[in-house]
Design a protein around this ligand. Sequence first.
Ligand code: DQQ
Length: 546
Amino acid sequence: SIVNPLLRTGYHFQPPKNWINDPNAPMYYKGWYHFFYQYNPKGAVWGNIVWAHSVSRDLINWVALEPALRPSIPGDRYGCWSGSATVLPDGGGPVIMYTGVDHPDINYQVQNVAYPKNVSDPLLREWVKPSHNPVIVPEGGINATQFRDPTTAWRGPGPEQWRLLVGSAAGSSPRGVAYVYRSRDFRRWRRVRRPLHSAPTGMWECPDFYPVSKGGAPRAGLETSVPPGPRVKHVLKNSLDLRRYDYYTVGTYHPRAERYVPDDPAGDEHRLRYDYGNFYASKTFYDPAKRRRILWGWANESDTAADDVAKGWAGIQAIPRTVWLDPSGKQLLQWPIEEVEALRAKSVTLKNRVIKAGHHVEVTGIQTAQADVEVSFEVSPSALAGAETLDPALAYDAERLCGVKRADVRGGVGPFGLWVLASANRKERTAVFFRVFKPAAGDKPVVLMCTDPTKSSQNPNLYRPTFAGFVDTDISNGKISLRSLIDRSVVESFGAGGKTCILSRVYPSLAIGKDARLYVFNNGRAHVKVSRLTAWEMKKPVMNGA
Ligand code: DQQ
């Protein structure tokens, strides 16, 4: 089969060809952002995994270097899997801890360490693996086939000051587990007997653990070793192997006991997600240059493996996001890093445009296959009384709710939002929208955010589930905002200033290149006002020489 090359993303991180998956060891070092990722140098399917390496001054324009880690020692002969970097204090340079597979059939996993050959090279081109690898092996009943993805290390009390987590699974159900290891030198690691935390979710891949500032300046991040305190909470994120999504809890870290307790006792069941779409194996790092914490996440393809082979590539990284704690303390907020705005080119703006019930308006004057759209909606507060009632059986299941109440199902207040990557006849369109439900007595209205790609393409061989999350926002003033980053075969949306995010991969067959259009739609019974909408064409950055 032939896949239209115009479906390849323009400003999302990608190598020129082949398969990519997890982000690895993001860091800032001597004026450069470093990004490593799981990469198959031989094809567009998973396998032969090495650590590819790119560097950037701005997290947007990328230069590809030689792979940093490839199988070369007994401890990684069958693969260099995911891991993280720790930049040592006082000019000590960075250290990478990563998972090596040292046995082919059972995927026996160990943890290795690697150092730059030359810490004064800001590009960190060459990495060496000391002969004392592996430095952590599965012992004491740990399942050797479910033991991987070491985190960035942080410092705590005691002589073995460094700590990190390794993701695992224990028991037959099994529980997801994050084991803590301590070290003074990144060479000898000792496991703390009880894990930092565990939950009945299945295997935890790619754990991430970091402090966030409570009541701090908006968007401010904290260095990974900042200890807990009255103004510092911690976040634990895990990637669910079985469900293929990343979830997190906000909670309290107790360094002496090496325990973490989520604030919401049901947090491991309710499962706040960074993203309710296609976003996995994510990882954050602290950027000392701009004092922020940045989140990277992998977005897999949702076409067929055969199409990936035909394209010659598979997988992208989401646009890096700044993450910080919402003032409520209950969840995180995310926003595309400000640098992405440097790609904004020609724009159009709509102001105070009323979209009547059942109507839509096209946004014309720019090309929108590769665009950034920011929109503020307003419904009159009195119209909120006309919102639909929420089926109690679906009240906790955003995904099912959106599966039933798709973009084309007429509502009361909403569905309203954007049709992106739409064809001129609108046969193809991906809907990104909100739908408001009447509150139970005394509560605030419930806001659902959805991406509905069921009409995104005429191509029948695509995986196109609806994606959805609730938005914990007070819409009683009638206002809500949406931002969507559109990039040819990806739509990355941020609801209510980054409270709820959804990334979706779509592969139009008509709405490609110049033929892609953008609309605002309202399929509810209440009028909706677009108080302001600006859409920008996005330029193509330097992307690894592609
Ligand atoms: N991908 C890596 C593993 C990790 C998984 C292998 C998550 O280390 O657990 O490519 O996508």
